[in-house]
Design a protein around this ligand. Structure first.
Ligand SMILES: N[C@@H](CCC(=O)N[C@@H](CS)C(=O)NCC(=O)O)C(=O)O
Length: 207
């Protein structure tokens, strides 16, 4: 049965990670741009899709069954990683646990902290923002150890842990002490060169 996918989103880290996961999983999808600046995510049509009024949202459509709607970027990444199995998540359960460990490290200790810092900036609490940015950068620098013995964040093969790690590293690239992070640099350059990842990075570019 034919399955089609639509990814609603905007050029933000959460949406781009979801797009990278679909690209890396080899799932063809249509990009549905949502204009956050004009408040499209708060329109009645969009709220019918995601009552939280947030992007990204993935829709899976199959004939004769109601569409499946998945909000939450990390749920979309995990969804993509399960189809086809084995590409972004190892079959072996022990190896999979290591991937989850690293994936959630980046999601909770780096990305979430960065989002909280961004929120504090908007709320006019610069001292709090500075503290959280320092904390996030320290956590990210500590990932040097993950890539000191292996090519990727969670072992020999590319996984969802690398997807979680890449966009946030890219966004703070100019703030990292690269001279002290030779393995992280090698990892970054290797991941950056992946064609599927590069396509995901550009998924929401205008035009
Ligand atoms: N935890 C959610 C966060 C989604 C989220 O905050 N999306 C932002 C863009 S990255 C958004 O829709 N912002 C618009 C708004 O909150 O008004 C996820 O990972 O998908």
């Amino acid at each position: 049965m034919k399955t089609s996918y639509e990814l609603y989103g905007a050029p933000t880290g959460n949406c781009i990670r979801a797009a990278i996961a679909l690209e890396e999983a080899g799932l063809p999808y249509a990009v549905r741009p949502v204009d956050l600046a004009s408040g499209e995510h708060r329109s009645a049509a969009y709220l019918a899709l995601n009552p939280a009024g947030k992007v990204p949202v993935l829709i899976e459509r199959q004939q004769n069954v109601p569409p499946v709607v998945i909000a939450q970027s990390n749920a979309i990444i995990l969804y993509a990683a399960e189809r086809p199995p084995g590409r972004l998540l190892p079959d072996d359960s022990l190896a999979r646990s290591v991937v989850y460990e690293r994936f959630f490290f980046f999601v909770t200790d780096v990305i979430a902290v960065s989002h909280a810092a961004f929120f504090l900036r908007g709320a006019g609490v610069p001292a709090g923002q500075t503290l959280l940015v320092e904390r996030m950068l320290a956590a990210l620098e500590s990932a040097e150890r993950y890539v000191s013995d292996s090519a990727y964040m969670a072992g020999k093969t590319f996984s969802i842990a690398d997807i979680a790690a890449f966009t946030i590293t890219q966004s703070v690239k100019s703030q990292l002490p690269w001279a002290r992070l030779p393995n992280l640099r090698r990892w970054y350059e290797q991941v950056e060169a992946r064609p599927a990842l590069a396509r995901g990075l550009k998924a929401f570019d205008p035009g």
